[in-house]
Design a protein around this ligand. Structure first.
Ligand code: SF4
Ligand code: SF4
Length: 335
């Protein structure tokens, strides 16, 4: 649909939040915990903070939880009964306060979970998520969304994008039918579009590299000392993958109790030494350098080759959270 623009005043934003709560929605929004800000379940507008660049955790858990039941089973001598978790009713989730990079990350995530086989659980969860994002008015040295075809006011992946104006009110860009429905249901809160332009209220984020150029270069860099050099300090802790809004490696675990059990899907990471270890003892990615190479090639070469969308939205979370101070922007620019 064609984007519709409106003005919404700060008090009306709170009314919109309360409308969603009143209608039984589960809201995930940025919430301060000590010095950090996390996406968390909130029920009161007062709990939502505006003072963050990006949250420490990403928003991917609303469609791809850290641990998720795939199904339960019950065995008898004659048969095995499967209780399919995908038949369950998933909650109506509102993601409030996602940044444009968080919203854009749902595109590559969706590509991954529908690449060879549509992932029923992921798709059912995704259909029930409303993405209400807020543009970035400031950034830090870890942000590089403009290098990967994003930007501080990018609308990709959002249902509505709010941009704070100099008056303290917000421009509301309504991007999807889901967003339009919310506006229609709350018509009195939305006013005609403001005069002030969006661009003057956005953070200035330097473009450090060109994603298409990196994609071309990486085709010839499989054997390169940079992988070992850049990963030498890596502890293989997996923090970078767990905070990443696009990383989607998972493991399948069965928790069995006698004749009953549950099959679970749990986050995993290609940075872990055990991730590709074969039963024979052979590990095709034996060193941390080989694992770091896989991480970069997957995001900046294999994914865009397959789907035309990179596996990185430039949020900088992996670099901020790395205990060894390994910086993905530094790695990619050094290439
Ligand atoms: S967060 Fe840093 S140390 Fe941990 S696996 Fe990632 S790159 Fe390695
Ligand atoms: S790889 Fe790092 S910068 Fe890129 S999307 Fe993931 S966490 Fe963000």
């Amino acid at each position: 649909m064609q984007t519709e623009n409106h003005l919404i005043r700060k008090p009306s934003l709170e009314k919109l939040f309360n409308y969603l709560i009143g209608n039984g929605k589960t809201i995930y929004a940025p919430k301060a915990k000590g010095k950090l800000v996390f996406f968390d379940n909130v029920t009161d507008f007062g709990e939502v903070t505006e003072d963050y660049i990006v949250t420490t955790n990403s928003a991917k858990s609303v469609v791809f939880p850290r641990t998720e039941k795939v199904f339960s089973y019950k065995k008898s001598k004659e048969s095995t009964e499967i209780i399919d978790a995908a038949d369950n009713t998933y909650p109506d989730v509102v993601l409030w306060g996602s940044r444009p990079c968080d919203a854009a990350a749902f595109i590559p995530l969706n590509n991954t979970f529908n690449e060879d086989y549509p992932d029923i659980i992921f798709n059912k969860r995704s259909q029930k998520v409303l993405v209400l994002s807020f543009s970035c008015s400031y950034s830090d040295d870890y942000c590089f969304c403009t290098s990967v075809n994003g930007g501080p006011g990018n609308t990709t992946g959002s249902d509505i994008l709010f941009t704070r104006l100099s008056t303290g009110d917000y421009l509301a860009e309504v991007i999807t039918e889901k967003g339009k429905l919310l506006v229609t249901e709350n018509n009195s809160l939305f006013e005609p579009k403001p005069e002030e332009s969006k661009e003057q209220n956005l953070a200035l984020i330097k473009a450090y590299f060109n994603q298409e150029e990196i994609q071309t270069k990486l085709q010839n860099l499989f054997e390169n000392p940079v992988w070992d050099e850049k990963s030498r300090a890596c502890l293989g802790c997996g923090s970078c993958a767990y905070v990443c809004p696009v990383c989607s490696c998972f493991d399948i675990q069965d928790e069995a109790h006698g004749h009953k059990g549950t099959r679970l899907r749990c986050w995993d990471s290609c940075g872990f030494g055990l991730f590709t270890l074969h039963t024979s003892g052979h590990n095709p990615r034996e060193t941390q350098g080989a694992r770091w190479r896989q991480r970069i090639l997957h995001k900046f070469l294999y994914m865009p080759n397959k789907t035309k969308v990179a596996g990185c939205v430039g949020c900088g979370r992996c670099s901020r959270s790395c205990p060894a101070d390994i910086n993905i922007l530094d790695t990619v620019t050094s290439l």
